[in-house]
Ligand binder design. Structure first.
Ligand SMILES: NC(=O)C1=CN([C@@H]2O[C@H](COP(=O)(O)OP(=O)(O)OC[C@H]3O[C@@H](n4cnc5c(N)ncnc54)[C@H](O)[C@@H]3O)[C@@H](O)[C@H]2O)C=CC1
Ligand SMILES: O=C(O)C(=O)CO
Length: 318
């Protein structure tokens, strides 16, 4: 049986790290693949592992031997899961592995927006503190989170954990989720409509998946409702945001700042309008990438393949 890893490098560039899959069959490893390379590389494979390499209907049609697509990620928007189901291909993902890391990263981004610790460190190392008389050198406005409201779009695993951290910072939490009430809210968390969430939040954090319904959810119309000066954080998927509209909201000062771990095309293109937008912090899709989360991701991937081959698939999303 052939197992093809289409884009293993971001998880584990060392091929030895994939040895756990070798007990199931021949493993063919690729650092990274384009959508156009999938058919050739996955030909004859029973199992394909993909992190972000797209697998669309036309690709599936040309891979008749494929039985399992195992995502090396939580988000599965790069796979046409409906087309896979129609062809009898099981798709599974890796939930939970990154819940704590991603929600922690939300606060790494948010705290950077509040305090600009990196910028102050640079100023100190450049001698700015030494060369002025005051005991304190404040280069930007400093913001306290206690008493502010965090709006969480998507109250699933990461959204819920982000709410826990927000509560620990003394924030009130508004949330909007698909069913409006899936998962009973924790104390201090209130479900509301998206418009109310946008109008009532000092910090908006996105945690819903990228789907037909959520594509472009954050657009000019929605951004016109935000509290002046609010912060937007996106660690979910770039496609949730209309990037030109976000750049406009930042440049006009309507939105105070944005911190984005994800953009619509990754790696980011040089003409992405957010690269030149005011007060826009961008990290290269690393919220998931702690050592601990990557270890769990690999373990669950091996478990996904073992369960599927054992006839009792787990973490199935289609
Ligand atoms: N930046 C990174 O490194 C990472 C990003 N992610 C992203 O985070 C997303 C969320 O992950 P989890 O919380 O584990 O998923 P989850 O499935 O536990 O939660 C997603 C939540 O979004 C809600 N939702 C779905 N459609 C919605 C809509 N139209 N409006 C509002 N809410 C909606 C669902 O009801 C669910 O409660 C993933 O889909 C992935 O795109 C996940 C891991 C790492
Ligand atoms: O797990 C995910 O969904 C990520 O985006 C990280 O690959």
């Amino acid at each position: 049986m052939k197992i093809v890893i289409l884009d293993g490098r971001t998880l584990a560039p060392d091929r030895a790290a994939w040895a756990g899959l070798e007990e199931f069959g021949e493993v063919v490893y690729h650092d990274v693949s384009t959508a156009e390379q999938v058919v050739e590389r996955a030909a004859g494979a029973t199992v394909v592992a993909t992190n972000k390499t797209p697998i669309r209907e036309e690709t599936l049609a040309r891979l008749p031997e494929l039985r399992l697509i195992t995502l090396l990620a939580t988000g599965y928007d790069c796979v046409d899961v409906k087309a896979a189901r129609a062809r009898g291909v099981t798709v599974c993902n890796v939930p939970v592995y990154g819940t704590r890391s991603v929600s922690q990263f939300v606060f790494a981004l948010l705290l950077e927006l509040c305090h600009h610790a990196g910028l102050h460190d640079e100023a100190v190392h450049d001698g700015e503190w030494t060369n002025q008389p005051d005991f304190s050198l404040r280069k930007t406005r400093q913001v306290e989170l206690a008493g502010k409201t965090m709006g969480i779009v998507g109250y699933g695993r990461i959204g819920r954990q982000t709410a826990v951290l927000a509560r620990a910072f003394g924030m009130d939490v508004l949330t909007h989720s698909r069913s409006g009430g899936d998962n009973s809210p924790a104390e201090g968390v209130r479900f509301c409509g998206l418009d109310e969430l946008f109008a009532g939040s000092d910090v908006i954090s996105l945690h819903c998946p990228m789907t037909e319904q959520t594509a472009g959810l954050i657009n000019r119309d929605q951004l016109s409702r935000v509290k002046p000066g609010a912060f937007l954080i996106n660690t979910a998927r770039g496609g949730l945001v209309v990037e030109e509209d976000l750049a406009e909201a930042l440049n006009s000062g309507r939105l105070g700042a944005a911190a984005l771990d994800v953009v619509s095309k990754e790696p980011i293109r040089p003409d992405n309008p957010l690269l030149k937008a005011k007060n826009c912090l961008i990290t290269p899709h690393i919220a998931w990438a702690t050592d601990e989360a990557r270890g769990r991701l690999m373990e669950t991937t091996v478990a996904n393949v073992a369960a599927f081959l054992g006839g009792k698939p787990i973490n199935v999303v289609n």
